[in-house]
Design a protein around this ligand. Structure first.
Ligand SMILES: *[C@@H]1O[C@H](CO)[C@@H](O)[C@H](O)[C@H]1NC(C)=O
Ligand SMILES: *[C@@H]1O[C@H](CO)[C@@H](O)[C@H](O)[C@H]1NC(C)=O
Ligand SMILES: *[C@@H]1O[C@H](CO)[C@@H](O)[C@H](O)[C@H]1NC(C)=O
Ligand SMILES: *[C@@H]1O[C@H](CO)[C@@H](O)[C@H](O)[C@H]1NC(C)=O
Length: 361
């Protein structure tokens, strides 16, 4: 037995034992207010065929503790839901003016503003962290969330169409990586606080927040992130200078998988299913929920893609398959979590083949 190994063992054990997510730590929150490693939600469109009547506020919800779709316990405009509970931590930080916590809220369509931030990324989300840990939410809802001064709410313009959101809890060290991705995103930040104690680790977020001069931006960057509980995520960020369809030109080829893609089809020039490169991308046409309601993708503003088969990737993000989105910055976060994959893959009823005849399943 090599000398010293007996001494190293207990120390290693301590290092490797999973750190519990204490209730007080900044974290994604589920519908009961408990800390969760991640959650995903799918706000259903108002116009869906099925048994339950739709207000446009109902959503499917899953998280690391309950990893299969269920109907959300609340409506999306209620503070008790997972989005409301998670954001509440950010709003409390704002109120307490804590200088040990950093946050940023960004959207290309800013609440209570007429400007469409097309000089910024086509990207929507918010993050909150302290020097221990925090969370990042990526979503598709325009004009959301409200500024902290106004408190939680959900915009009526977000009711008609489907929307997606994913929240992931990260340890502090992962945010230096996220900070790099933010530079590429060039997000339209409309509320933020990045205190000086974060200057060394979050230089880009601090500059974006202060609207000061930015360093030169890489074309694109793929980042490997790990959630607080050790789940791996791949994050794709492209700048406005990466002038191509992120789904076909990058994600499908990088992940080495055919992708089935759901995104907003009503703006600009539609991109058809594409089989030109090694790995193909097919547009989804019809979604069916576990509640037996169905809707057409034309009523969906969400942005996600899954492997057609085999390697089980799920990507959730903020760019559409539309010609003019080639000139916008933005990205996707991808996971091979089996339950997330099953949940999204099983929603797909029909997608468009490359010869444009629809294909079942
Ligand atoms: C949520 O929306 C429903 C339907 O419009 C409304 O009845 C309810 O008062 C709203 N709740 C909140 C907290 O805004
Ligand atoms: C942060 O806040 C504490 C307590 O309010 C204060 O003592 C401290 O000087 C502040 N630090 C900075 C860097 O502003
Ligand atoms: C498929 O996508 C690639 C990458 O964006 C593009 O170069 C090619 O022209 C597209 N093919 C078709 C048939 O649209
Ligand atoms: C959905 O339909 C299937 C097959 O018709 C049925 O077994 C299931 O109970 C239905 N689920 C709901 C939630 O209505």
């Amino acid at each position: 037995m090599p000398a010293g190994s007996a001494w190293c063992y207990p120390a290693l054990l301590l290092l490797l034992s999973p750190v519990p997510l204490w209730a007080a730590e900044l974290s994604c929150r589920n519908e009961d207010g408990e800390a969760v490693d991640w959650f995903a939600l799918y706000k259903l469109p108002k116009h869906a065929k099925g048994q339950i009547s739709m207000l446009g506020l109902e959503y499917l919800y899953m998280d690391a503790l309950a990893p299969q779709w269920q109907l959300g316990k609340y409506l999306i405009n209620m503070t008790q839901g997972a989005l409301g509970q998670t954001l509440q931590q950010l709003y409390e930080t704002y109120e307490s003016k804590r200088n040990t916590t950093a946050y940023a809220i960004y959207n290309d369509e800013i609440p209570e503003s007429d400007s469409k931030g097309s000089k910024h990324g086509h990207t929507k989300g918010f993050l909150l962290l302290d020097k221990s840990q925090g969370f990042w939410v990526i979503h598709s809802v325009p004009l959301f969330p409200p500024i902290p001064e106004d408190g939680y709410g959900y915009p009526s313009t977000g009711e008609s169409f489907g929307q997606t959101a994913i929240c992931i809890t990260f340890k502090y060290d992962q945010f230096t990586e996220i900070d790099q991705q933010m530079l590429i995103y060039n997000p339209g930040i409309y509320s933020c606080s990045i205190p000086d104690i974060f200057q060394a680790d979050l230089p880009n977020l601090q500059k974006l927040c202060a609207k000061s001069r930015l360093p030169s931006v890489p074309l694109c960057h793929l980042s490997k992130l790990q959630s607080a509980h050790g789940e791996t995520f791949l994050h794709f960020a492209k700048s406005h200078l990466f002038i191509d369809d992120i789904y076909v030109a990058w994600m499908a080829q990088e992940l080495k998988t055919d992708l089935l893609a759901e995104s907003w089809q009503r703006s600009g020039e539609k991109l058809y299913s594409n089989c030109s490169l090694d790995y193909h991308v097919y547009n989804i046409n019809i979604i069916g929920t576990p509640l037996n309601s169905t809707f057409h993708s034309i009523n969906d503003h969400s942005k996600w893609a899954v492997s057609r088969k085999y390697n089980q990737w799920t990507c959730i993000g903020d760019l559409n398959r539309a010609a003019e989105q080639a000139w916008r910055s933005g990205g996707f976060i991808c996971t091979q979590n089996e339950q997330i994959y099953k949940a999204f893959r099983h929603l797909i009823i029909q997608y468009e083949s490359c010869t444009s005849a629809p294909r079942e399943l």
